[in-house]
Design a protein around this ligand. Structure first.
Ligand SMILES: [Zn+2]
Length: 155
């Protein structure tokens, strides 16, 4: 369903309508992670509003949103990419529960926590590449707290 006019509100509604399509579709598909989908939908709608706010000179909101977006996504939403090529060293399961970072020689070293047995084993090269792609800038930031982005930190 497309609206006739093409102003800021119509563009925001178009973004929201796409997300609503996805949320409606997810109702019919129990295997979909609805909480994750809803979070993504909210982020995309906020991003669409921020773009229009910036164009309209509503800088306070646009700047708040830019600062929020710069803080990066949630590791829990990238578990499939981060677990690419990985299997638990202990039980051979390949479903990741969470990502654990440890500070080694002034760098973050990633391991994956097994959903089946809860034990930790090293991330695979494809997962390392995904980590760099999604969180590269944060990994280099000395002031970053990984728990802000859904990582566990090894103690
Ligand atoms: Zn395991």
């Amino acid at each position: 369903v497309s609206e006739a006019k093409d102003g800021p509100l119509e563009r925001i509604v178009a973004v929201a309508a796409t997300q609503l399509d996805l949320l409606e579709d997810a109702r019919r598909r129990p295997e979909i992670d609805r909480a994750g989908l809803a979070e993504t939908a909210l982020e995309l709608v906020l991003k669409g509003i921020a773009a229009e706010a910036r164009a309209a000179g509503l800088d306070t909101f646009a700047q708040r949103h830019a600062a929020f977006a710069a803080r990066g996504g949630d590791a829990q939403r990238h578990l499939i990419a981060l677990g690419e090529g990985w299997a638990c060293r202990h039980c051979k399961n390949d479903v990741v529960r969470s990502v654990q970072l440890a500070r080694v020689d002034d760098r973050w070293k990633a391991s994956l926590v097994c959903r089946a047995c809860g034990r930790v084993s090293p991330i695979a090269p494809l997962g390392t590449a995904a980590l760099a792609r999604h969180f590269g800038a944060l990994l280099e930031d000395a002031d970053w707290d990984p728990t802000d982005n859904g990582f566990e930190v090894a103690t």
